[in-house]
Design a protein around this ligand. Sequence first.
Ligand SMILES: Nc1nc2c(ncn2[C@@H]2O[C@H](COP(=O)(O)OP(=O)(O)OP(=O)(O)O)[C@@H](O)[C@H]2O)c(=O)[nH]1
Ligand SMILES: [Mg+2]
Length: 281
Amino acid sequence: MNIVGLGTAGCNIAQCFSKYPQYKIFLIDTEEREGNLLKVERHKNIEDYEANVPSIKDFVSDSGDDIMLIVGGSGSLSAMSLAILGQIKEKNITVVYIQPKLSSLTGKKKLLERATFGILQQYARSGLFKDMYLINNQNIVEIAGQLPVIGYHDKINEIICSSIHFINVLQNTDYIYGNIEPKEDVCAISTIGLLDVETSEETLFFDLDLIREKDYMYTFNRTRLLESSNIIPQIEAKMEKKTEDWLTKISYRLYSTDYDSDFGYCVFRTSKVQGETIDSL
Ligand SMILES: Nc1nc2c(ncn2[C@@H]2O[C@H](COP(=O)(O)OP(=O)(O)OP(=O)(O)O)[C@@H](O)[C@H]2O)c(=O)[nH]1
Ligand SMILES: [Mg+2]
């Protein structure tokens, strides 16, 4: 998997992935950064970012077929997202959209966030991307609890990065038990979350509306799996309660690991473009 970071938030999160050997990281930013950087000029107006999108074909030419683009909504460089994605449209694209706290946005930044958020989701629904993960910074702040000013974003970024990483790893690992419902292509708007393996309670990174698919990934220490006999019936009983209406599809998988502690993640999906309410128009 290859990661493209766009703008400050996108690049900061992309750089967190450098501790894992599975990723090749590409950074597109106006700031100097260590690593594989495509530096773009800083402009005064958002329109100038849209009008001056660099060619990235050569930059990401040896990046393989799977690309994850990470971008922070409302950032100036997010205005380049569509033109950048258009240049790599033949790849398997996952977009990670970091939504800032909406009440903190005003004026042009607010308009830019709303437009980018909406258009990227429409593209995801139409099949241009394989998946789009929505993450709201505020949800992560609530998970992390009180955060110090120094290192505020670092802690948020670490939670986002490790969660995406483990979900990627689990999705590419054989599970030992589970029940998988096929994913609908139209359900390409998603969020991820932490799963408490004891209670089966999830903590989502975005408050997704009209959830159609819920995918739960449990990991347990191998010895615990060997010694315990009631894990499967307990999880199955919890899964039965996860259905919100007859349309919701529930999948779950159990993995055996050598980690001391058990942990879990989930991916929830919808076909509904988020944020399209009457009062937001
Ligand atoms: N999670 C996270 N969010 C960030 C980080 N840095 C900025 N943000 C948020 O992401 C949104 C987009 O901002 P940036 O990524 O800084 O914007 P940019 O594209 O670099 O544009 P400029 O501000 O003009 O440099 C902001 O509203 C911030 O709240 C970060 O390191 N992590
Ligand atoms: Mg920046």
